[in-house]
Design a protein around this ligand. Structure first.
Ligand SMILES: CC(C)(COP(=O)(O)OP(=O)(O)OC[C@H]1O[C@@H](n2cnc3c(N)ncnc32)[C@H](O)[C@@H]1OP(=O)(O)O)[C@@H](O)C(=O)NCCC(=O)NCCS
Length: 215
């Protein structure tokens, strides 16, 4: 894609391409080992690693290799995490979804709304019909989050992932365009109330959807 990715506007978050001014926040959030525990990359060593990642995102987009979005608070435009499509195969009409969100936004609906925006984009303008996720079997939080959006677990990819020298199984999840469309007709909400509110707002006026959970 030679032109930039479209901004995907949600009620509480928006998805836009990463920018250099996101580097400080992304560095801080990705430095939390709870965030990178089951990710293919390790926590960055310096903010320059994030700047390099941001430059790579631009190259990957031009090659139609990966479409990477920053998840940003709609009100403040502050980065909250990253979501993207990789292994995009226009011939097969498939791609893989990857997401990480800063620890303070877990359980707030940010992830759910971001994924819903990405699914709408992938199954709509991009014309894909199948989105996959490969999730470490032990990453129950991420598995549950994907299941709650209607994805089906299709099987176990045995010893398909290695993190910090430990070999792990992954679960293969997928959602089809037809399933996503049916969910929307059935009226499933893309986001819970309270999604995307700032930590300050949350502490002033906690939402029942916001809870401290492990992961
Ligand atoms: C994966 C991630 C984006 C999900 O976002 P989130 O805000 O934490 O997820 P959600 O709140 O939307 O959903 C989590 C679900 O798992 C449940 N859950 C939480 N901890 C759990 C656990 N230990 N076991 C099982 N379920 C758990 C929650 O209750 C929630 O389910 P519910 O909606 O039915 O209540 C976020 O946790 C993250 O950034 N993790 C680190 C990066 C990562 O591992 N990414 C995935 C790589 S495949």
């Amino acid at each position: 894609m030679n032109h930039r990715l479209p901004v995907l506007m949600g009620r509480h978050v928006l998805l836009r391409e990463p920018a250099r001014q996101d580097a400080g926040r992304l560095f801080e959030y990705a430095s939390d080992p709870r965030v990178t525990r089951y990710l293919a990359f390790d926590s960055p060593r310096a903010v320059e690693d994030i700047l390099e990642f941001i430059a790579e995102c631009e190259r990957w987009r031009q090659q139609d290799r990966e479409y990477v979005y920053v998840i940003a608070d709609r009100a403040t435009d502050e980065a909250l995490g990253v979501i993207g499509l990789r292994h995009i195969d226009p011939q097969l009409g498939t791609a893989q979804v990857g997401t990480w969100v800063r620890r303070a936004s877990w359980g707030t609906g940010v992830n759910r709304e971001a994924k819903a925006l990405l699914f709408d984009f992938a199954f709509g303008p991009l014309g894909l019909h199948r989105l996959e996720a490969r999730i470490a079997t032990v990453n129950e939080r991420s598995r549950r989050a994907f299941e709650r959006l209607g994805a089906a677990r299709e099987g176990t990819l045995r010893e398909s992932f290695r993190k910090n020298g430990v070999v792990l199984d992954q679960e293969l999840y997928a959602i089809l365009a037809s399933e996503w469309a049916a969910r929307k007709v059935a009226g499933h909400q893309a986001a819970r109330p309270g999604a995307g509110r700032s930590e300050q707002e949350e502490s002033r006026n906690p939402s029942p959807a916001t809870r401290d959970s492990h992961g």
